[in-house]
Design a protein around this ligand. Structure first.
Ligand code: FEO
Ligand code: CA
Ligand code: CA
Ligand code: CA
Length: 731
């Protein structure tokens, strides 16, 4: 059955949500575990009147950065709690499984909640997030701080804790198959996006509204339109949508973005891992161009959750659609092209619960970490930055053809059609002298054309579907795993985390000015970690501060490192016990305070501390002044050395402080704020993720029981952080 067949609108094979029994409405606000003391702190905010705003006054980004951070740094910790500074409170707001309609019962959290109920429950692995104020008219109103829609991604799952006793499967290797379709259906639902209404009561406490008409789950079964240049082209045709105009679902939604018209952008990151394609059998059935594309994107393997292995399949191929092998007579008889319908930026209108999400192909296809907007300026193109989160992949920029008209601010997805479906896509090249260039990925250019070595491009749609191959051909700079980006509202500088790289992917001889370090970050037990295991944050300023410019200047804002490590070649930013960190990932500038928030997804420094959230007050590109040029001496395991010249910003000093440390084995990701800056929302992803399947029956040995405590299964959750004196966060 295909999308183009009108009768397919109802997936009759899916269990219906109305099977769910009625249950009493429970207060969804639950306090979490936190360590902050309740002593009040003096207001230390400088340079703005934001902290005196009435609840619904229109906040404006202050014209200055605060002179200093207004809290005492939190210590590194391996405890299974959320630690926040004195004077702050962290409360749990929205956890895996929490019900999102009035008639869905509370989550039992023992693996027995019916799969279909997850269509109306919070998903797993909370990730990128945005707060949209709800105005008095029930529409997008960016000034509203007491009531809003929190829109957040659910990137992936911890299967051990989703089902009664872990995943049910038989066989091994490429012959392993899932034998409990109910479990797979549950997994389909817990990926994707939540739109959930949140509100602050008179006491300043937050809760999510279980029965809000805005609440919505978008998941791997949700129908989506493909839009932009690649929509309706041959590489997008599947049995589901022979015309190539639609696809089902979104998956591995990592970071995010937003638009000036109040819509949410969710980004498809490691989607490739979900598809089954045993290359040895499938490659001979494919054209040379198809094989080149599949290989470049890594579409090969059993599929990380083995979704394609469920038998029997449903008439609408609920499971078989995750098999990307050529099995039918042509592409419209199977799902060989399904991977081409993933890897996009997806626009969602959170204020229209019935709207169909749109996959915007003009922004290119890769492992999209997120899509971060430059400051919108009337009469100028709109710009979004994007990173491709894999080792040695690229940084991208999209520039709309249409010029921004603020009258479009209330047009929802129709505005998306105007600004996100036609534009220019670029990849970044970082030159050794501190200059940079945006290389346009344009069919017919000198490097991207029908004669490109290794892959003959067909047209611009093909360039977008195969953006990685186009960026290879253009000669962009391979980076140390681009994660989140953020644009500084104050200076216009663009920051991007490069979370880490390893010695295999960037050997000492492949270090360059923008990815300059290669060293051994030895763990406390002596285990070597070589390459750039702690990551760094690069930043750039576009020429004339014009987001659409094609040249820029860059430097490195921060290097992750252990305090006390070699200050010349490793701890170049001079980090101390108050601010040392590893593997920067989430990144966000608060419009209310101009504080830069940095989150970690670390596996290197985890012998000493759980993942964390830091607050920073950066300067801008070039603030390293006369000390900006650094010569780093890199060493590899064989004693080989190489000197690399790079450009470094001013050391952060105490303008970088650790604000939060999360529970055991979590990642800190997703950050949003009420527009008045008085509530900070943060996601705690996958606490206890390394729990062994063999230990599922023995809760006393689990590394985490956060947030519910006792012997409860751990759950990903959104927390909300407030100041005990009601003040603005962080300053
Ligand atoms: Fe899903 Fe790039 O982290
Ligand atoms: Ca991430
Ligand atoms: Ca990461
Ligand atoms: Ca993660």
């Amino acid at each position: 059955m295909s999308f183009d067949d009108e009768s397919s609108a109802n997936h009759s094979s899916n269990p219906q949500i109305n099977e769910i029994i009625e249950a009493r409405l429970q207060d969804p606000v639950r306090r979490g575990l936190f360590k902050g003391a309740v002593a009040s702190a003096a207001l230390t905010f400088v340079g703005t009147t934001t902290n005196t705003l009435a609840a619904d006054a229109a906040p404006r980004t202050p014209a200055k950065r605060p002179a200093k951070l207004g809290f005492k740094a939190v210590a590194k910790s391996l405890a299974d709690v959320v630690s926040v500074p004195e004077g702050y409170t962290a409360s749990v707001l929205f956890r895996l499984g929490d019900p999102m309609t009035a008639n869905v019962p509370a989550y039992k959290n023992d693996g027995t909640d019916p799969a279909a109920s997850f269509a109306s429950r919070a998903g797993d692995h909370h990730d990128g997030m945005q707060f949209f104020g709800i105005g008095a008219d029930g529409r997008y109103g960016s000034s509203s701080s007491a009531r809003g829609l929190l829109v957040l991604n659910h990137e992936a799952i911890t299967p051990s804790f989703l089902h009664p006793a872990g995943v049910t499967a038989t066989g091994s290797g490429s012959a392993q198959v899932r034998t409990a379709p109910e479990e797979v259906l549950r997994e389909f639902y817990v990926h994707g996006v939540s739109v959930v209404e949140v509100e602050r009561n008179g006491n300043g406490n937050w809760r999510y509204k279980q029965d809000s008409v805005f609440n919505r789950r978008i998941h791997t079964l949700t129908e989506m339109a493909l839009t932009g240049p690649a929509a309706g082209t041959a590489p997008m045709a599947t049995k589901y949508s022979p015309s190539g105009t639609h696809t089902r679902g979104t998956v591995n939604n990592c970071a995010n973005g937003y638009t000036p018209w109040g819509t949410y952008l969710t980004c498809e990151e490691n989607w490739v891992n979900y598809f089954r394609r045993i290359a040895a059998g499938d490659d001979p059935k494919r054209s040379a161009r198809e094989v080149a594309s599949l290989k470049r994107y890594g579409v090969a393997g059993t599929g990380r959750e083995l979704w394609a292995t469920v038998t029997p399949d449903t008439p609408d191929n609920l499971y078989g659609r995750w098999n990307a092998e050529a099995s039918g007579a042509s592409a419209v008889d199977d799902y060989r092209n399904a991977p081409n319908t993933y890897g996009w930026v997806v626009e969602i209108d959170p204020f229209d619960p019935h709207s169909m999400p749109r996959k915007r192909t003009a922004l290119g296809r890769f492992a999209h970490e997120g899509a971060w907007p430059a400051r919108a300026r009337a009469g100028q193109p709109l710009v979004w930055y994007s990173g491709d989160d894999s080792r040695n992949e690229y940084i991208y920029k999209y520039v709309s053809n249409a010029k921004w008209d603020p009258a479009d601010a209330k047009r929802g997805l129709a505005a998306g059609d105007k600004y996100l479906d036609a534009g220019r896509l670029y990849a970044a090249k970082f030159n050794a002298d501190g200059n940079g260039e945006w290389l346009e990925l344009k069919f017919g250019s000198a490097t991207i054309n029908a004669n490109t070595a290794g892959y003959a491009f067909a047209d611009q749609a093909d360039v977008l579907v195969n953006a990685r191959l186009a960026a290879d051909a253009a000669g962009a700079t391979r980076m140390d795993r681009p994660e989140w980006g953020a644009v500084d509202h104050l200076t216009g500088a663009v920051y991007m985390t490069l979370t880490n790289n390893n010695a295999a992917m960037r050997p000492v001889g492949a270090t360059d000015a923008a990815n300059p370090r290669h060293y051994n970050d030895a763990r406390t037990n002596g285990t070597a970690q070589r390459g750039n295991p702690n990551g760094h944050i690069i930043r750039w300023l576009e020429t004339k501060n014009d987001p659409a410019a094609i040249t820029f200047k860059w430097d490195i804002y921060l290097f992750g490192a252990r305090a006390g490590s070699d200050p010349e070649n490793i701890n170049i930013s001079g980090l101390t016990a108050e601010n040392d960190f590893s593997c920067p990932d989430g990144l966000w500038f608060s419009p209310a305070t101009n504080v830069c928030w940095i989150e970690t997804d670390d596996g290197a420094y985890t012998d000493v501390t759980n993942c964390m959230l830091l607050a920073a007050l950066p300067g801008s590109v070039g603030d390293g002044g006369a000390d900006a040029v650094k010569i780093i001496t890199n060493t590899d395991e064989k004693g080989g050395t190489r000197q690399v010249r790079t450009l470094v910003g001013a050391a952060p000093g105490d303008r970088l402080r650790r604000f939060l440390v999360g529970p055991a084995q979590c990642e800190i990701t997703g950050v949003a704020e009420s527009p008045d800056g008085k509530a900070l929302f943060v996601n705690i992803q996958h606490p206890g993720e390394d729990t062994k399947t063999a230990d599922i029956g023995n809760p006393s040995v689990w590394p985490s029981h956060w947030p519910d405590g006792g012997m409860a299964r751990p759950r990903s959750a959104t927390i909300v952080i407030t100041r005990n004196d009601g003040g603005v966060i962080g300053v």
